[in-house]
Write a protein that binds this ligand. Structure first.
Ligand code: ADP
Length: 507
């Protein structure tokens, strides 16, 4: 089976968030199951230099205002990629979405419209790669790829019957990002006016790329069963709940895995001392090294909580600022790595200067430090207001760094709260709190600190957390089953096969 992944980012080539990890790891996990996946993404500045054996496989005369080429190659790790090399759209400094001034690129409609358009051309066979590779399934990721479904829906008549069009799957990694643009942009997107209706991609007078995907993709998925249910509600639906309810029968929730080769405490070149569930003593060396590196008091006996996150309202880190004083009074330490909203950055920076030796903050993005935090901390705090899946709590499980999480989305699906029943039954892997507010978070931190004081009890949970299967194998099987149902034309919402917890395990 051939699957074309269409994505704005992909680890290790370009990453701003969890989507990159998924786009980089899932295709590799699908390979042993007989899926030949290629990942299509823009050739942002520098990407062509990062792939092995770059080969031009197609020339495209007009990619939304300039010449483009499709360049095939292999990324580190063996991933097959197709880069859309269109310098007028992608050859610039800054990140995939924002210029160096931190403002959205003014032509993001064209930049991601072009990505989606070329994906549709590949799917329809109108642009052929040299090897004439055509996908059986088009797997779209987030709003930046979602318009592909509209191009497939409004395909030229010459394409022939629907059987000539590969089915499309839109995976929503975060409903908060909807790809909204003024109505006037439609004219430059090569879509007919007929698409601009309430049943199409029109969203309160604007063009919404995500809505195009939600309306026109053959099947929808999101990255955890709980988030799949939450986005059908007014509270978490972000204005899309009605649209999604109409398609609830074609909406599947599959929990992400993590790349357990990149995230392996027993063989992680980025950490000071490798360790495993059986050789846990070495984790202490990572803790001491981390404390030294960050200027924290080097103490084994106090709980060290870490955060690795975008600093945004979604991530609920304002709640942590409010809950921290009580935990600090109990002697706990905090190490925070993140960047984002200026006021949150400033608040954490000032917490660090007010609590030297107990709070350390690094503002920025640092992949290597994120590994040392996961290895050295005792627990990781993820207090998100909403969280489609979340990856850092999965890294935490793998590294025996117990997650303290809000009971939402994928966090609820992947961490089993250490309540009395779960402790008695020997199934706890972390701490959940609800409702999502500072008081409930403070209580969860308190519970973690109490348990940490019981070294043997804590280590039992650490070992269990480390034994959880958080790799991609399970999710890959679920995706293949979904692709097969789509090909058979029978895709319907699946049961939450990928939930790591059993409902009984959630407090
Ligand atoms: P989201 O995609 O919403 O940002 P996820 O938890 O799904 O959240 O994924 C975030 C990814 O980005 C994880 O791999 C995490 O380790 C990484 N990450 C986030 N912030 C930083 C940072 N400041 N430095 C290094 N890695 C980070």
């Amino acid at each position: 089976m051939h699957v074309l992944f269409v994505t704005p980012e992909c680890y290790p080539l370009i990453k701003t968030g969890g989507l990159a990890d998924v786009a980089g790891a899932l295709p590799l996990a699908l390979a042993p199951l007989g899926v030949e996946a290629k990942v299509l993404l823009p050739a942002y500045r520098g990407l062509l230099d990062q792939i092995a054996s770059p080969t031009v496989v197609a020339e495209v005369v007009d990619v939304f205002g300039g010449v483009g080429r499709l360049v095939a190659g292999t990324a580190e790790g063996g991933l097959n990629v197709l880069l859309l090399d269109a310098p007028h759209l992608y050859e610039r400094a800054g990140n995939p979405y924002l210029g160096p001034d931190g403002v959205d690129w003014p032509d993001n409609d064209k930049r991601f419209g072009a990505l989606s358009w070329i994906a549709a051309q590949l799917a329809l066979g109108s642009v052929r790669t040299a090897a004439a590779w055509r996908p059986d399934i088009v797997h779209l990721h987030d709003w930046q790829a979602a318009l592909t479904a509209a191009y497939l829906r409004f395909r030229p008549a010459t394409v022939g019957p629907p059987a000539n069009v590969p089915p499309s799957l839109l995976t929503i990694h975060n409903l908060a990002f909807q790809g909204l643009f003024p109505a006037e942009t439609l004219a430059g997107l090569r879509l007919p006016a007929a698409s601009f209706t309430v049943d199409g991609l029109e969203y309160y007078g604007q063009v919404s790329f995500l809505k195009a995907g939600v309306r026109y993709a053959d099947h929808l998925s999101t990255v955890s069963p709980t988030y799949a249910r939450e986005i059908l509600t007014t509270e978490q639906g972000m204005g899309f709940d009605g649209l999604l309810q109409a398609r609830a029968g074609e909406l599947t929730g599959i929990v992400n895995g993590i790349d357990d080769a990149v995230w392996d405490p027993a063989a992680d070149p980025l950490i000071v001392a490798p360790y495993s569930a059986r050789r846990l003593n070495a984790k202490a060396a990572n803790k001491a090294a981390l404390q030294t590196e960050l200027g924290l008091d080097v103490r084994r006996d106090v709980a060290l909580f870490c955060v690795v996150s975008r600093l945004t309202t979604q991530k609920g880190l304002d709640l942590l600022l409010a809950a921290m004083p009580a935990a600090l009074a109990r002697g706990a330490q905090f190490a925070v790595l993140g960047s984002g909203e200026r006021d949150l950055e400033a608040a954490f920076t000032s917490a660090a200067s007010n609590h030297r030796g107990q709070v350390a903050v690094v503002i920025g993005y640092d992949e290597s430090l994120s590994h040392r935090l996961q290895a050295g901390a005792d627990a990781i705090v993820v207090p998100s207001r909403f969280e489609p899946c979340g990856l850092t709590q999965l890294y935490g499980l793998r590294y025996g760094t117990l997650p303290v999480v809000a009971r939402v989305g994928g966090l609820a699906d992947t961490v089993i709260d250490a309540n009395e029943a779960a402790l008695r039954d020997g199934v706890a892997t972390g701490f959940q709190f609800a409702p999502v507010n500072a008081a409930a978070l403070a209580t969860a931190l308190e519970r973690a600190i109490e348990l940490f004081a019981d070294e043997r009890g804590w280590l039992r949970i650490v070992r269990r957390a480390m034994s959880r299967d958080v790799g991609w194998d399970r999710a890959a099987l679920d995706y293949v089953a979904l692709y097969e149902r789509m090909l058979a034309g029978t895709a319907a919402s699946v049961s939450p096969a990928s939930t790591l917890t059993s409902p009984g395990g959630i407090a």
